[in-house]
Design a protein around this ligand. Structure first.
Ligand SMILES: [Zn+2]
Length: 226
């Protein structure tokens, strides 16, 4: 089971690397909800996240996410302490906003900075799924999970692939032009005529025995008349 899970993670990560330019160390933006659940499930994120992703990772958060946990008080005190261990990426919000809103602005429409998002916030999770090329991590059954690429992500990667095919089509035309200038215009291929089928398949219209006898008789008549 464990090997199977690891294989999936590798597959997803190489998908993000090939289609969206993700490179290690992978940057993971983490919010208070993720830390809170990790604490509850006794998951040591600094150990288990690099271990689960089997890669070097950079665990990050934003000033807004930290301030949110501070405001929530004693209930999430432990989560706040964990969050404060991570590197803080500037988000540019002079007035702190909720972590979910802050992360959305960090991702914008295309997640150009190639963040992974680690959150238990359902609303933020669904937003993340809509932004192509944004890996989503959450904790489920006492373990971190990297969700399979979302439909929006898969569609975006397919589009990119189609664009690259169009490009190679253009390249093919350029090549033809270059070829023509070197070798002169190419003769069009002469199409071979297709052989026409000669009537219906004789096997499919075998006459019944009676008919066969009749035709024998008529043949015989014909023979006589000749
Ligand atoms: Zn912010």
């Amino acid at each position: 089971m464990r090997i199977n899970r690891q294989k999936k993670v590798h597959r997803y990560l190489s998908f993000y690397a090939n289609n969206f330019g993700f490179r290690k160390p992978f940057q993971i933006l983490i919010d208070g909800t993720f830390c809170h659940t990790a604490l509850k499930e006794r998951i040591n994120l600094s150990d288990q996240l690099p271990n689960y992703l089997d890669n070097e990772v950079k665990m990050l958060t934003t000033p807004c996410a930290i301030i949110e946990t501070e405001k929530l008080g004693p209930a999430v005190y432990g989560a706040m302490l964990i969050l404060k261990q991570f590197a803080v990426h500037k988000c540019g919000h002079t007035e702190p906003i909720p972590a979910a809103a802050c992360f959305k602005t960090m991702l914008r429409k295309k997640n150009k900075n190639r963040y992974m998002i680690a959150t238990q916030d359902r609303e933020l999770q669904s937003r993340v799924r809509m932004i192509p090329g944004t890996p989503l991590l959450f904790i489920y059954r006492k373990a971190p999970i990297l969700e399979p690429p979302s439909p929006a992500t898969v569609i975006a990667s397919n589009k990119k692939m189609q664009q690259s095919i169009v490009l190679s089509e253009a390249e093919r035309k350029n090549l033809e032009i270059a070829k023509e200038s070197l070798l002169g215009p190419q003769q069009p291929m002469i199409k071979r005529k297709k052989k026409k089928a000669k009537g219906p398949n004789p096997l499919s219209c075998k006459k019944k025995k009676k008919d066969a006898n009749k035709s024998k008789a008529s043949n015989a008549k014909k023979g006589k008349s000749q």
